[in-house]
Design a protein around this ligand. Sequence first.
Ligand SMILES: C[S@@+](CC[C@H](N)C(=O)[O-])C[C@H]1O[C@@H](n2cnc3c(N)ncnc32)[C@H](O)[C@@H]1O
Length: 279
Amino acid sequence: MFEKLKLINQRPAIWSRYTAALLWDDKHTSEQMLQLHLNHDVDIASRRTSFIDRSVGWMNTQFNINTNTKICDFGCGPGLYTIRFAQLGAEVTGVDFSTRSIDYARTQAEKASLSINYVNQDYLQFEGDIQYNLITLLMCDFCALSPQQRSQLLNKFHALLDDSGHVVFDVYSLAGFGRREEVTQYAHNLLNGFWAVEEYYGFLNTFLYTEEHVALDKYALFTKEREWEVYNWLQYFSLDSLRKEIELAGFTITATYSDVAGGNYDDDKSEFAVGIRKQ
Ligand SMILES: C[S@@+](CC[C@H](N)C(=O)[O-])C[C@H]1O[C@@H](n2cnc3c(N)ncnc32)[C@H](O)[C@@H]1O
């Protein structure tokens, strides 16, 4: 018991495990996530509906989305943006490894008689032969990836983007990192049953890696039959640190915003967004 508790509370090596699929594609948690995506009034899993409408409206004014526009949304979830892009006439691809989200997205497209190419796959493995005019990665998913995975993804964007195309994505800021704290929490059915149908005990340890501006929310979960750990890593960026990664992959930042609805950049906010294109 003592050794187990010691291990649970021990700081892991930075970026040591990638467990994103356990959060997004597990039978039980993917259902919890889908409910959060579809909740119009909260900014968890997806942003609230009013924001998504504004965001797509803003991207439409920026990029003139029409029947000639090819868009790929990485981590599209249940298709809240992709369906709106398709309604504007675009040829749309959505990639996500959550089977539950992709199934929901496909059903919605079918109901709306829209043809959207949904790909149920890890986006780090996604390959395609279309040259997109617009690539999106929305709700700070870039931050959940290690430096090596981010480089892999940016190189993929480079290969998939038309020479005059744009990528739009958002990230957590250093101001956001300043608001994080190391905490330890333990509870019966931690997060009110989010992690399992059956009774369980859960530990949450938040570790901060101050020099690298990385936070880890590490969940250790125990049912009668099962023990598992989920690692939620988050990289926080300054404009300069993001610019370095982007330029290394052959992109240049064309504009900075406070969010993916085109708000004014403000370095006191917890997030910011960028538009980038090939150098
Ligand atoms: C924070 S949610 C945002 C969903 C959507 N972009 C939105 O804003 O409504 C992140 C999404 O990325 C997906 N995701 C995370 N990592 C992924 C990966 N490596 N490959 C494919 N999908 C991934 C999750 O399943 C989830 O749907």
